[in-house]
Design a protein around this ligand. Structure first.
Ligand SMILES: *Cc1c(COP(=O)(O)O)cnc(C)c1O
Length: 433
């Protein structure tokens, strides 16, 4: 695989036109490539592990629509099921049987979930779960971790990781101080800091929310005892523990990070994989808490398109595919081979690197490790990453356009795709030293 000067004429024309139509030319900031520079690639179509741009360049894709494409893009069984569902209409605004099906699958899969409510995005799920934490405990404060992203709701836009970090915005204008004054933050993997926050705010903290494995500040794994420690601290203080598994749900294992690590939170948020490429989010947990949600209970939360049959169908099919024997073993093995190969290639080029993977999620930093929190992640060489990103594009590999995003593999990535990717890394690392 050799570098060719990428012809991106049509991508450039469309992206240029987009500038006048949408802020920054995009519907979500990171897509604009601001943190890696250069023109973003405008996609035409995706299939399996591949994406094609408007100029018909093909890329092996490690973004996977930021997580949903764990079975590979446009999986034939998902597409066929969607065709059938389409004929029956796209939105009912009334109960539909498919909601029961997906709800039952989620409840069966995710240890903490006894009841679930469907919404349309991860952001919505996190907004709702915060309201629920507060409604259930009668307390207002929450603890989040530096570098963790929980969607773009006001209360969470404090030290919120990748998208915000790479644009260098410590916070966002338009978020009133009064809205974030109840948001307390601690460094990831730092139990002592959490203990102090509890001590300083007795009987005031509704709960602790975190990414049980961080994918929005690069890729950071919980140190042994960290998740267990949070479970104990929240219990001791009458607070709720919430795992934001929008990224890790059905990816770190079929039952999410909570199943993999054996730590069971009170509430869980989901998104991305659960919608199989259509807009779905969900939150769920103990029945006792979920019964607070309207119309069972007084906590209001609603959605016109929530639980629509099209989105439920994509979710059901995707989970059915994931549930098959050996799925996660395969994902784990190929992702491990990928990250080990990346680390080796960087070292052969004489570059500092630290990286790891769990299941179908991986990440690396261009610096010496270890990286245990966002502060340490910032040591990564972002300028060099930008050059790496471009070099990989030129060799037909699409990485997330930010040094602070995790990578995603899928069941569709074959051994030869991984080989081709590693060859591209070897060349690219050599080209950027
Ligand atoms: C992507 C993400 C969200 C937000 O989900 P959207 O569907 O983009 O609104 C929330 N939390 C985590 C951990 C995420 O990765």
């Amino acid at each position: 695989m050799t570098a060719n000067a990428l012809n991106t004429t049509r991508s450039q024309a469309i992206f240029e036109a987009a500038q006048a139509l949408m802020p920054g030319g995009v519907s979500s900031p990171v897509r604009a490539f601001r943190s890696v520079g250069g023109q973003p690639i405008v996609f035409d179509r995706v299939k399996g592990p591949y994406a094609w741009d408007l100029d018909d360049n093909r890329y092996i894709d490690y973004v996977g629509s930021w997580g949903p494409a764990i079975c590979g893009h446009a999986h034939p069984e998902v597409v066929a099921a969607l065709h059938d569902a389409l004929e029956k209409g796209t939105s009912f605004g009334a109960p539909c049987e498919l909601e029961n099906q997906l709800a039952a699958m989620v409840i069966e899969a995710v240890p903490s979930v006894e009841m679930v409510r469907f919404v349309n995005s991860g952001t919505e799920a996190c907004m709702a779960v915060l309201r629920l934490m507060r409604a259930f405990t009668g307390r207002d404060k929450l603890i989040k971790f530096e570098g963790c992203y929980h969607g773009h709701a006001d209360m969470f836009l404090v030290k919120a990781g990748s998208g915000v970090a790479t644009l260098g915005l410590p916070d966002s204008p338009g978020v009133p101080r009064s809205t974030t004054s109840n948001t307390l933050t601690a460094p990831y993997n730092d139990l002592e800091a959490v203990k102090e926050l509890f001590a300083e705010n007795p009987d005031a903290i509704a709960g602790v929310i975190l990414e049980p494995v961080v994918g929005n500040a690069g890729f950071i794994t919980p140190e042994p005892g960290f998740l267990e420690g949070l479970r104990e601290l929240t219990q001791e203080n009458g607070s709720l523990l919430v795992f934001d598994e929008v990224m890790t749900g059905f990816r770190i294992s079929y039952g999410g990070a909570q199943q993999r690590f054996g730590v069971i939170p009170d509430l869980t948020t989901m998104g991305k994989v659960i919608g199989g490429g259509l807009p779905v989010g969900a939150y769920g947990g103990k029945s006792e808490i979920m019964q607070m949600v309207a119309p069972s209970g007084p906590m209001y939360q609603a959605g016109t398109l929530s639980g629509n049959p099209l989105a439920m169908t994509a979710g059901i099919k995707t989970l059915e595919l994931l549930k098959q024997e050996g799925t996660y073993d395969r994902l784990e093995a190929s992702t491990e081979r990928l990250i080990n190969g990346i680390i080796q290639a960087a070292k052969e080029a004489g570059l500092a690197i630290t990286g790891s993977s769990i299941s179908a999620m991986f990440g690396f930093y261009l610096c010496e490790g270890p990286v245990r929190n966002f502060e340490e992640a910032k040591a990564t060489d972002t300028e060099r990453f930008a050059r790496l990103h471009r070099a990989m594009l030129e060799r037909g590999v699409y990485l997330a356009p930010s040094a602070f995003e995790a990578g995603f593999t899928s069941l569709a990535h074959s051994e030869s795709d991984i080989d081709a990717t590693l060859a591209a890394f070897s060349e690219s690392f050599a080209a950027i030293t």
